[in-house]
Write a protein that binds this ligand. Structure first.
Ligand SMILES: O=C(O)CCC(=O)C(=O)O
Length: 263
């Protein structure tokens, strides 16, 4: 099966990479084929429903019943067949998702940003079930919370469904990556910091059609709301690292990041 659209494989990346650097994100347009949209969507659902895949292979977090981020239950993992998981991590273990992670366009993007091998930090599905989902507050995907000895390279987010504003598309504060980390810890941007920066007024919606991808700088402030539509809103995001990146976590054995694009 061909996941990457042939035209996307050879797209000129000059503009998108400049926009990524200036604004902290850049929509690439359509990248994933029709059959890829169907296949990855079906695979995502099969994984959530525990069909044909062992849930123990992946990390699951179910939506909170209220749709509030504060009400999420942590540490529960897979709680049975449901299409209302908020996120599924470790999707690199699935061969189909893995082939998307290693597609030739994303390799060109990563190689344009650094030399040498490229490894994977995470491959995550952010899912918002019809009339469901959980609000994801302003956050950055970097900081000591991420446990890395240097900044991640880039994230590439791909819509597996149409993601209009009403479905909880990505919202971004353009240029916010330029200010670095809001806190050394990274992750959530504290409410007082977001307010002081005028995040609400500066935010833009970044709707996407199924099969479109968006480059996202790890430091850019981004968030997403709940899904008010009758259709699911599934986004698959991949975070790539420079090959020399090391894990600084000490509580358990440090992670070894898998090479996805060799030297
Ligand atoms: O798809 C979403 O709602 C959130 C995506 C996100 O936060 C990310 O890709 O880092």
């Amino acid at each position: 099966m061909t996941l990457l659209l042939p035209a996307a494989a050879s797209m000129d990346l000059t503009g998108p990479l400049a926009e990524l650097s200036e604004r902290g994100f850049s929509p690439l347009g359509r990248t994933l084929s029709d059959e890829g949209i169907t296949a990855l969507g079906q695979r995502a659902d099969a994984i959530m429903l525990g069909r044909g895949a062992d849930p123990k292979e992946f990390f699951f977090q179910h939506d909170s019943p209220s749709g509030r981020y504060e009400d999420l239950q942590h540490g529960r993992g897979y709680v049975g067949p449901s299409l209302a998981y908020r996120k599924i991590e470790k999707l690199e273990k699935d061969p189909l998702f893995r082939s998307w992670i290693q597609n030739a366009l994303f390799e060109r993007v990563a190689r344009s940003l650094c030399e040498g091998p490229i490894t994977l930090y995470r491959a995550v599905l952010f899912n918002k079930a019809p009339h469901g989902g959980t609000e994801l507050p302003w956050h950055q995907d970097n900081g000591s919370f991420w446990g890395l000895d240097r900044a991640p390279l880039v994230q590439i987010w791909t819509a597996l469904d149409d993601a209009p504003i009403e479905a909880g598309c990505l919202e971004i504060v353009p240029g916010s990556h330029a200010g670095g980390l809001a806190t050394p810890l990274g992750g959530m941007v504290p409410q007082n910091v977001a307010e002081a920066a005028g995040a609400e007024a500066r935010r833009i919606f970044v709707p996407a059609r199924a099969g479109e991808s968006i480059l996202i700088h790890n430091d850019v402030w981004h968030r997403s709301g709940v899904n008010e539509t009758d259709a699911p809103r599934r986004g698959f995001t991949i975070c790539y690292l420079r090959g020399e990146t090391r894990c600084l976590r000490t509580r358990r054995a440090p992670r070894r990041f898998e090479t996805v694009f060799g030297a």
